[in-house]
Design a protein around this ligand. Structure first.
Ligand SMILES: CC(C)(COP(=O)(O)OP(=O)(O)OC[C@H]1O[C@@H](n2cnc3c(N)ncnc32)[C@H](O)[C@@H]1OP(=O)(O)O)[C@@H](O)C(=O)NCCC(=O)NCCS
Length: 174
């Protein structure tokens, strides 16, 4: 991970010019906080924009599981700029799975296309890393699709590199 303090203060790293969009100054104004029920419609919209699918029941279930904020191990955070949700990150500390000591997994991160390239994704990853760190874990992991070079570039920019695990899969007939 980049060495920066994950607070609500904007990152001081020099950045490329943000994409022209509705939230051109998102990185300067953004606050990262725990998700609230009232954020869900905007989270669903961002996800639908990125993936092309609206998955309302899925998001309701994710909110029930990760949105309570009661368990430090489960985090669902949103980035808010100008009172709009412009991105979110979800992750969880998993203990001893795949034979690994406890580590923090990021399993979703999305930024509204109109707020990208301004540091919002970086702020979200910093914030969830801070939660994991304060819960005592020292490793961050994720999985990503081979055909998604954008998310690979982003995670690499944050200091993430190939880890010791590989993914395997097969079709289950019948
Ligand atoms: C990946 C994503 C989260 C990045 O969000 P962001 O707010 O634009 O990221 P940042 O502005 O913090 O960018 C940090 C770094 O990532 C890299 N990066 C981000 N977008 C990039 C792009 N389009 N091209 C090349 N590098 C890029 C750069 O190194 C950048 O640093 P720089 O601006 O100093 O060059 C956002 O593009 C996104 O939501 N993409 C879709 C995510 C997705 O596919 N999710 C599904 C799997 S969970």
């Amino acid at each position: 991970m980049k060495k920066s303090t994950p607070t609500a203060a904007p990152s001081t790293r020099r950045r490329r010019a943000p994409a022209a969009g509705v939230f051109p100054d998102a990185a300067d104004t953004v606050v990262v906080r725990r998700v609230r029920r009232g954020d869900l419609d905007q989270v669903i919209d961002i996800d639908a924009t990125v993936t092309g699918l609206e998955k309302r029941p899925y998001w309701a279930a994710v909110y029930r599981r990760y949105g309570s904020g009661q368990r430090a191990a489960q985090q669902f955070l949103v980035a808010v700029a100008h009172e709009r949700v412009v991105g979110f990150v979800i992750g969880e500390i998993r203990d001893w799975e795949f034979g690994s000591p406890p580590c923090g997994w990021v399993f979703a991160i999305d930024v509204d296309p109109r707020a990208r390239l301004g540091g919002v994704g970086t702020r979200l990853l910093e914030a969830i890393s801070a939660h994991f760190r304060s819960a005592g874990v020292t490793k961050l992991r994720t999985l990503l699709a081979l055909d998604n070079p954008l998310i690979l570039k982003f995670f690499r920019s944050q200091g993430m590199m190939a880890g010791p695990l590989i993914s395997l899969e097969m079709d289950l007939d019948g």
